[in-house]
Design a protein around this ligand. Structure first.
Ligand SMILES: Nc1ncnc2c1ncn2[C@@H]1O[C@H](COP(=O)(O)OP(=O)(O)OP(=O)(O)O)[C@@H](O)[C@H]1O
Length: 321
C-alpha cells in the first residue's frame, strides 16, 4: 500500500511537472494572461500618447497616472475610466493606443474586449435580457484573464439601467464567485456632456485663458451631473456614479484647427501621400482643414467632428488637386 501511494505521488508530480512545462512552452507562442503578453511598462505608452494625441492634456497624464497606479500588485478595485467628449476628439484613438501598448496583440488580443452598445444592446425594451448578457460578457472576460481591458463604446446608447448590473464587479470585493475583478480595466466611451465640455472650454478661450490651464477636477464636475441626470447617458441615475465606482471622468476637449492640422499631417503620411512631414505643403493642409466645419460660426474655433472625417476629406481634396 505504501509503495502504491509512493508510485501515485511520483506519477502526479511528473504529470504536474509536464503540465507546467507545457504551459510555459505554450505561453511562449500562444497568448496567455501573463507579463509576456500584457505589459506593465508604461514608457512606450506614455511616449505614444504624448506624441500622437493632440490637444488633450486632461487625457494623457490622468490616463497614464491611473493605469500606472492600478498596475500595482493588488489594486483595491477595478479601474473604471469614463471618457466623454464630442465626436472625433480621440476616445477610441486613446483606447486603441492603450490596447496596442499594453497588450502584445493590441486590439486583437483575446483579453481586449470592445463592446459596442448600439450593436450589442439596441432595443430599449430588452433591458432584463441585456443585463444578463452584459454580466455574462464581463464574467467570462475576467475569468479568462483578470487583467482584461473592457471597452464599452457608445455608452450613451446603452438602455438606461443596463450598466448597473456590473456594479458588483467594479466594487471593492476581493472576489465574487471565486473571481477577483480588481485587476480589470474598464473604459466607458460616450458623447454625453460633450456640449458642456465644449462650452466650458469656449468660456476659457473667450476669457483669454490658455486651454492647458483647465484643470481635471473642474471638468469632472461638468461631466458628472449630465451623466447622472440625462436619460440618454447610459449612466442615468446610475449607482456607478452615486456610489463613486467610476475612478475618473476623463474630458476630451473639442479640437481646434491647429490640432486638426496635426491629424491631417498624420493621415497624409499614413496614406503615404507624402514621405515626410517636411514635404507636406501648408496649402494642402489648409485646404483639407477648410473642408471641415467649425463652431461657433463667427470665430470658427472648434472642429465639430474633431479629427474624424479627415480621411474622406483627404481623398476628396487630393482627387481634385
Ligand atoms: N486628439 C486626437 N489626437 C490625434 N488624433 C486624433 C485625435 N482625435 C481623433 N483623432 C483621429 O481621428 C480618428 C477618429 O477619432 P476617434 O475615433 O478616436 O473619435 P471618438 O472620440 O472616439 O469619436 P466618437 O464619439 O464618434 O466615437 C482617430 O482614429 C484618430 O486618427
Amino acid at each position: 500500500e505504501f509503495v502504491t501511494a509512493g508510485v501515485v505521488a511520483v506519477g502526479s508530480a511528473i504529470t504536474a511537472g509536464l503540465l507546467a512545462g507545457f504551459n510555459v512552452f505554450n505561453c511562449m507562442i500562444n497568448e496567455c494572461c501573463n507579463d509576456r503578453w500584457i505589459s506593465t511598462n508604461f514608457t512606450d505608452l506614455s511616449l505614444t500618447l504624448r506624441s500622437k494625441l493632440y490637444g488633450q492634456h486632461l487625457v494623457t497624464e490622468p490616463v497614464l497616472k491611473h493605469l500606472k497606479g492600478h498596475s500595482r500588485e493588488t489594486p483595491s478595485k477595478a479601474l473604471v475610466l469614463s471618457f466623454h467628449g464630442w465626436t472625433g476628439t480621440g476616445k477610441n484613438h486613446v483606447s486603441r493606443i492603450v490596447a496596442e501598448k499594453m497588450f502584445v496583440k493590441g486590439m486583437k488580443s483575446k483579453y481586449v474586449h470592445l463592446i459596442s452598445a448600439t450593436k450589442e444592446f439596441p432595443h430599449e425594451e430588452m433591458v432584463s435580457f441585456y443585463k444578463d448578457k452584459l454580466r455574462d460578457m464581463i464574467e467570462r472576460a475576467v475569468k479568462e484573464c483578470s487583467r482584461a481591458l473592457i471597452i464599452i463604446d457608445e455608452m450613451d446608447k446603452m438602455p438606461p439601467g443596463v450598466v448597473d448590473t456590473i456594479k458588483p464587479y467594479l466594487d471593492f470585493y476581493e472576489e465574487l464567485g471565486g473571481v477577483d475583478y480588481r485587476k480589470a480595466i474598464f473604459f466607458f466611451l460616450s458623447n454625453t456632456a460633450g456640449n458642456d465640455i465644449a462650452e466650458k472650454t469656449m468660456r476659457y478661450w473667450n476669457e483669454g485663458v490658455a486651454r492647458e490651464s483647465i484643470k481635471l477636477k473642474e471638468m469632472e464636475e461638468v461631466i458628472r451631473l449630465p451623466a447622472l441626470n440625462i436619460k440618454s447617458s447610459g449612466l442615468w441615475h446610475s449607482e456607478l456614479i452615486t456610489k463613486n465606482l467610476i475612478s475618473s471622468y476623463i474630458p476630451f476637449l473639442p479640437l481646434e484647427r491647429k490640432h486638426v492640422k496635426q491629424c491631417i499631417k498624420d493621415s497624409l503620411l499614413e496614406k503615404k501621400i507624402f514621405k515626410s512631414e517636411s514635404e507636406i505643403p501648408d496649402a494642402v493642409v489648409q485646404e483639407i482643414a477648410d473642408e471641415l466645419e467649425y463652431y461657433p460660426k463667427d470665430v470658427q474655433l472648434f472642429s465639430t467632428t474633431g479629427c474624424k472625417r479627415i480621411h474622406q476629406k483627404i481623398d476628396f481634396v487630393m482627387e481634385t488637386v
